[in-house]
Design a protein around this ligand. Structure first.
Ligand SMILES: [Zn+2]
Length: 225
C-alpha cells in the first residue's frame, strides 16, 4: 500500500519535472526567436543604410522655407561646414553689429573663403530675408549651441542696434515660422546674450522690456499657425 502511494507521488514528481523542462525549452526557443528577429531587423536596417544606423530624425516639419525667404546658400568651406544638426532646441537672435549694412552684404561676407562665422538667416533693412545655411545644417554663430539651434542675424540702421519696423516685422514672422516648423514655443527663442553673455543683439540686451515685447509678438504670431 505504502509502496503504491510512493509510486504515485513519484509519478507526479516526474510529470512535474517533465513539464518544467518543457516550459524551459519553450521559453529558450521563444528567446532565440526574439533575438534572431531583432538581429534580422538590425541587419536589414544596417543593410538599407549602407552599414550605418539611421540618424535621429531632425525635428522639422519641412526643410523648405516660406516664399518670402530668398535662398542664397553659401559655399561649404570654413563657415559652412556641412555638418548636420542633431536637433533644434532653440532659435537664437543676433544683430550684425555693423550698422547700415544690408542682408546681402552680410550674406556675401559669410561666403568669403576666410570667414569662419555664418548664420542660417540674415534679415535686412527692407525686411528682406536671406537664407545662407540649410535648416538641417549647423551654422557658426552661437558658440557651443551651434549644433542644436537655428540662428538669425538681424541688420540695424545705427549703433543702437535697434531694428526698424520692416526688419522687426520680418523677424517676428520668420521666428514664429521657425518655432512652428520645429515644434518650439516663443519661450524657446533666445538671445546670443543668453548663451555667452555677449551684448548681442545689443538693443534687446540693453532693453529687456523690448525683448519681452518681441517674445510676446512672436507668441501672438504663432496663434496664426
Ligand atoms: Zn550674436
Amino acid at each position: 500500500m505504502q509502496q503504491f502511494e510512493l509510486s504515485n507521488l513519484e509519478k507526479l514528481m516526474l510529470k512535474r519535472k517533465i513539464m518544467r523542462k518543457k516550459r524551459i525549452r519553450e521559453m529558450v526557443i521563444i528567446l532565440i526567436v526574439v533575438v534572431l528577429a531583432l538581429c534580422g531587423v538590425l541587419g536589414f536596417t544596417l543593410y538599407k543604410n549602407g552599414g550605418k544606423l539611421p540618424a535621429k530624425q531632425l525635428n522639422v516639419k519641412t526643410l523648405i522655407t516660406p516664399d518670402y525667404v530668398d535662398e542664397q546658400l553659401i559655399n561649404v568651406g570654413f563657415a559652412r561646414t556641412g555638418v548636420k544638426l542633431v536637433e533644434i532646441n532653440n532659435i537664437v537672435i543676433h544683430y550684425v553689429g555693423n550698422p547700415d549694412t544690408s542682408a546681402q552684404n552680410n550674406r556675401d561676407y559669410f561666403n568669403k573663403a576666410d570667414t569662419t562665422v555664418c548664420s542660417h538667416f540674415v534679415i535686412g533693412l527692407d525686411g528682406e530675408v536671406i537664407q545662407c545655411i540649410p535648416l538641417d545644417e549647423k551654422s557658426n554663430a552661437s558658440n557651443n549651441r551651434n549644433l542644436d539651434t537655428i540662428s538669425i542675424e538681424v541688420c540695424h540702421p545705427d549703433e543702437s542696434g535697434k531694428f526698424n519696423d520692416a526688419t522687426y516685422s520680418s523677424l517676428v514672422k520668420l521666428t514664429a515660422w521657425l518655432c512652428d516648423n520645429s515644434g518650439l514655443k516663443a519661450k524657446d527663442v533666445i538671445r546670443h546674450y543668453d548663451i555667452t553673455g555677449k551684448e548681442c543683439p545689443k538693443y534687446f540686451v540693453d532693453n529687456e522690456s523690448e525683448w519681452k515685447n518681441f517674445l510676446e509678438d512672436v507668441k501672438e504670431e504663432l496663434k496664426n499657425y
